[in-house]
Design a protein. Structure first.
Lengths: 656, 164
């Protein structure tokens, strides 16, 4: 169990990294709408940029520490002995760090100017990373300083130390300088700084509010059930923490990130926005609600039908913190779900899929873990012999395991049904999702590992006791863990193998057919980046196919440009083959079903369809469009003439 | 976009089988736990006396324990009872015992008992461990009483014959 649970953080980390990567793709070249970068990376230039901005960050830290040291030396009124080494250190740091920072900032300024002359006015990537790091560091340092000052002020005002206030002012000042001074001047690429600020503020705010709510609940509980334990709680400190977090969250989230548009572009519903809403709000809220509810329900069941030596007051005391977690989890979940749906349900995208597969994966771990425990308890019960005194008491374990199993299974089933509904509507998009693939990879990878370890464990126990001639009920007892996990994981892997097979079918059905061989008369179409049902051809934009009536002939097949008279026959062919495809992939979004008869007639007039004709019968068709890049749809061939190379002929001709 | 019934649906057979396996496991486990109680021994036998002693130990009932031991053991352990506060400190959750062996020679019986302990505080902790202890019983006026015992631990020293 412990071994398997050890993989959970790895799984979550992997999915988190994938999510971060998806979010940060908007920062990278080629993903911005105004990003024309397609040139190779200049390694020397990149190394220079890294050196400049790392130096800038380090000199910022040096200056900050120096300023704190110097300013603190002015307010240390209680010094009666010792040296002024702090002042000396602070001055040294500022004397070195200040000019270095100014020099490097000037260098950044010049680089901006040079690039602007070359027509590149975008925010620099190196600068953006520096600015995000600087804003994050100063923000966290400011919040920590707030907590230190608040702790002093609320705990014992007589112990107030101006040094900590100086520290707070310096960090806040640096954050203000970066936000209001440097950010508008040099700008920043992407919204990572807003996402980070929103997440930090939200976490800080929820921690503060949670502590206040918990203390209120706890005080009420103690005063009602055990007055001797009731005491006066100092909640002022946590109120300050909550207010500081709320200010940070409101500034980043409400004021800057969660807005429809800004001078820097649309922010709501960007990949980073989705990632922030889902990872910082929806998922933690959902997990908090599930865990607290499950623990509370199983606790009540243990009290009534399980066994415990504790009295009611002690047994139910954790209810205060569980209720706090439940309440805050619900607020966070409900608010962020509302944000997701505000302004209409968003089209399904990878960020939403990230959410769905994270929920599915997390609940699956709960299902498998609880099932493993239940099966293990069965083996334990079988292995236990009737004793002389006492008995195997596994009621509590069963109660908790069954509660977790039911809760996790309900969540998994609900979320998985949603995912499968989307797959039914857009089979290729869902099956091709990176997060669906990661989910399946994780299921098979971790499942395979657990199965391997379980098998080794079972074999070891059996062989050990067989070779020592010591097989007994204790042998069975030693198999509780490996058999429980093995059976539970086997069931999960078995089901997901079915999922993988279906996905493979869907992806194969949508993949463009591979040419069986080069056309005898025309060169094969160059392989290029593919879209689900199209090939992006490597030819100049706007080039039309040759408008000859007879294009080529091979193996009794004539390829020719389709004519308006072909409309009826072509429409019948497209619908017949399209119906086949739709049944195969579980979606109506296939080539043969997209166009109405009127659309087809209009397309025929443009001369962008090529038909394969055997005698007088049309046996295949391919469509192409011309625009910024020429697109070729998947070729459609009648069932009895497939695998004869007609698809390849059509593809080669359309790409010629 | 309309939805059609796709033949490419995932088989739910594994889910149904797993649900059946887990449901059956829960029911059989409950049945086994409920059905299996401690063994029943005839009154007046050393096994029955030992069972009473162990049950008293599991309950943390020091008064009952002292009624089931010989006078010598009671004298030795009375002070231990006062000092150890047996009732408050005893913890026997997740503990049960099996009688491995019982040998009776005249008025003396030697028993070997295997104790099993499993992690009781953490429902998901399946760890368990076992240890063996020996008990000596004497027949006094027709009744079997415990004279030497390596368990329960608050009485370990005195029940092994060492004055406490």
């Amino acid at each position: 169990m412990n071994i398997a649970l050890g993989f959970l953080p790895l799984l979550l980390l992997g999915v988190l990294i994938a999510g971060v990567w998806a979010g940060f793709r908007s920062l990278s070249p080629g993903h911005g709408g105004d990003d024309p970068e397609s040139m190779p990376i200049d390694t020397a230039e990149a190394a220079k940029s890294i050196a400049i901005h790392v130096g800038l960050f380090l000199s910022l830290v040096v200056c900050a520490v120096g300023m704190i040291d110097v300013l603190q030396s002015f307010v240390e009124s209680s010094r009666i002995a010792g040296t002024t080494s702090d002042l000396a250190r602070g001055l040294s740091l500022i004397i070195v760090g200040g000019p270095v920072y100014a020099l490097l900032l000037r260098t950044v300024d010049r680089r901006y100017a040079e690039r602007a002359k070359q027509g590149d006015a975008r925010p620099h990537l190196g600068w953006s990373v520096y600015l995000i790091a600087a804003l994050t560091m100063t923000l966290i340092a400011s919040l920590v300083s707030v907590s230190q000052v608040a702790d002093r002020l609320t705990d014992d005002f007589d112990d107030y130390r101006p040094e900590e206030l100086i520290q707070l002012l310096v960090w806040v000042g640096l954050w203000v300088a970066h936000w209001f001074g440097l950010r508008p001047r040099f700008r920043v690429r992407g919204d990572a700084h807003l996402a980070i600020g929103s997440i930090i503020g939200l976490g800080w705010m929820i921690t503060g509010i949670g502590a206040v709510v918990f203390r209120v609940f706890d005080e009420a509980y103690q005063s009602v059930f055990d007055a001797s334990l009731a005491g006066s709680y100092n909640i002022t400190f946590w109120l300050v923490i909550a207010l500081a977090g709320a200010a940070v969250w409101a500034w980043h989230w409400l004021g800057n990130f969660n807005v429809g548009s800004s001078v820097e572009g649309d922010r709501r519903r960007s990949p980073m926005w989705f990632f922030t809403v889902i990872v910082a709000g929806v998922l933690p809220g959902l997990i908090a609600m599930l865990v607290s509810t499950t623990v509370m329900v199983s606790g009540v069941l243990i009290w009534f039908i399980g066994s415990t030596n504790e009295d009611a007051v002690d047994f139910f005391e954790p209810a205060t913190i569980l209720l706090t977690v439940l309440a805050l989890g619900f607020v966070s979940w409900a608010y962020h779900r509302w944000e997701l749906d505000r302004g209409g349900r968003p089209d399904r995208n990878e960020s939403l899929r990230f959410h769905d597969y994270m929920v599915v994966a997390t609940s699956l771990v709960g299902v498998v873990g609880a099932a493993a425990v239940v099966i293990g308890q069965l083996i334990e019960a079988i292995a236990a012999e009737s004793g002389i005194a006492g008995s195997l008491d596994i009621t509590n374990t069963l109660i908790v395991a069954v509660t977790v199993l039911l809760a996790s299974a309900a969540v998994w089933w609900t979320q998985w049904s949603i995912v499968e509904r989307h797959r039914a509507e857009h089979a290729f998009d869902e099956s091709d999702s990176i997060f669906r693939k990661l989910y399946l990879i994780a299921a098979f990878g971790i499942g395979g590992l657990v199965l391997s370890v379980s098998t080794i464990w079972v074999l070891f126990v059996l062989l050990r006791d067989l070779l020592d001639s010591q097989t007994s009920h204790d042998t069975l007892g030693d198999l509780v863990g490996p058999v429980g996990w093995g059976v539970a994981v086997l069931g999960a892997v078995w089901y997901h193998l079915g999922v993988w097979r279906v996905d493979r079918t869907v992806l194969a059905a949508h993949a463009p057919p591979k040419p069986a061989g080069p056309s005898p008369l025309t060169p094969p179409a160059p392989s290029a980046g593919t879209t689900p049902a199209s090939l992006l051809l490597a030819e100049p934009a706007g080039v039309q196919p040759a408008a000859t009536s007879v294009l080529t002939a091979a193996a009794g097949i004539t390829l020719r440009q389709a004519e308006p008279d072909h409309a009826g026959e072509l429409f019948t062919l497209m619908r017949a083959v399209g119906g086949e495809q739709a049944l195969q992939v579980g979606s109506l979004d296939v080539v043969g079903l997209r166009e109405s008869f009127a659309d087809l007639q209009a397309r025929l007039a443009t001369g962008t369809m090529i038909v394969a004709v055997d005698g007088s019968r049309i046996v295949g068709v391919i469509m192409r469009t011309a625009g910024s890049a020429a697109l070729v749809e998947q070729p459609l061939v009648v069932p009895d003439r497939r695998n004869e190379g007609i698809e390849s002929l059509l593809l080669a001709e359309a790409g010629a | 976009m309309a939805t059609i019934e796709s033949p490419a649906t995932v088989s739910k057979l594994p889910l149904l089988i797993m649900a059946a396996v887990v449901g059956l496991a829960v029911l059989v486990t409950i049945a086994l736990v409920v059905a299996r109680g401690p063994e029943t021994y005839a009154p007046g036998t050393p096994e029955a006396a030992l069972q009473d002693f162990l049950e008293a130990g599991f309950d943390g009932d020091s008064v009952a324990i002292l009624e089931l031991v010989t006078d010598e053991s009671r004298d030795r352990c009375q002070s231990a009872l006062d000092r150890e506060r047996f009732d408050d400190n005893w913890y026997s959750d997740g503990l049960w015992a099996e009688l491995e062996d019982m040998t009776v020679v005249g008025d003396v019986a030697n028993a070997e008992v295997r104790f099993h302990q499993r992690g009781a505080n953490d429902p998901f902790n399946n760890s368990r461990w076992s240890y063996d202890e020996r008990f000596t019983l004497e027949r006094v006026d027709g009744a079997w009483l415990i004279d030497r015992a390596g368990w329960p631990w608050p009485f370990t020293e005195c029940m092994r014959g060492q004055p406490s």
